[in-house]
Design a protein. Structure first.
Lengths: 115, 112
């Protein structure tokens, strides 16, 4: 069974600075997807970024980028120029590429932005 | 396009009762998945429906069931409620199995 581990329960960063959230995962599959989701206090889960395992190039979405290390099974999220609106719970998630829409989530990292 | 909607948003039940939660996916989406979120266990996959068929099921007891209608709307049912069923239940929809999931706001269930 696949597992996802987020070792940082809480992180904080000063506004406008850069922060990196860590995620490791365990799988025996070679083809899969990895995601970072954001859950603000309003509770609506929002997709931040997606990475296909077969792609060597790291995904980027504006201020958000990932460092995907397939051999190390590591998938960290970097947030540049942090903004107050980035404050939320961040979840790393794994999904097999074999067709089922089953996300396996990490325990989450609560990110606080200090003004 | 309207997002994923879930009803009701909040629900209070007592032990032993049953409850039905509803999820309306984004128009055109055929896959609907359900997740349970609790402080202790985190986010756990319940099941996925695609074109009215359950395609995958998580490790939950048989008290948890679901279904999907021809218009892709989905319901989940929990029978004989237990205190531990108190959670935020999230529904997510996707176009098909290769696309990302979009989540609804959730239904907060409290079991007393």
């Amino acid at each position: 069974a696949q597992t996802v581990t987020q070792s940082q329960p809480e992180m904080s960063v000063q506004e406008a600075e850069t922060v990196t959230l860590s995620c490791t995962y365990d799988t025996s599959e070679s083809d899969y997807y990895l995601f970072w989701y954001k859950q603000p206090p309003s509770r609506q889960m929002i997709l931040v970024i997606r990475q296909e395992a077969y792609k060597q190039q790291n995904a980027t979405e504006n201020r958000f980028s990932v460092n995907f290390q397939k051999a190390a099974k590591s998938f960290s999220l970097k947030i540049s120029d942090s903004q107050l609106g980035d404050a939320a719970m961040y979840f790393c998630a794994y999904r097999s590429a074999k067709g089922a829409q089953k996300l396996v989530f990490g325990q989450g990292t609560r990110l606080t932005i200090n003004p | 396009k309207a997002g994923v909607t879930q009803t009701p948003r909040y629900l209070i039940k007592t032990r032993g009762q049953q409850v039905t939660l509803s999820c309306s996916p984004i128009s055109g989406h055929r896959s609907v998945s359900w997740y349970q979120q609790t402080p202790g266990q985190g986010l756990q996959f319940l099941f996925e429906y695609f074109s009215e068929t359950q395609r995958n099921k998580g490790n939950f007891p048989g008290r948890f069931s679901g279904r999907q209608f021809s218009n892709s709307r989905s319901e989940m049912n929990v029978s004989t409620l237990e205190l531990g069923d108190s959670a935020l239940y999230l529904c997510a929809s996707s176009l098909n199995s290769d696309n990302e999931q979009f989540f609804g706001p959730g239904t907060r269930l409290t079991v007393l």
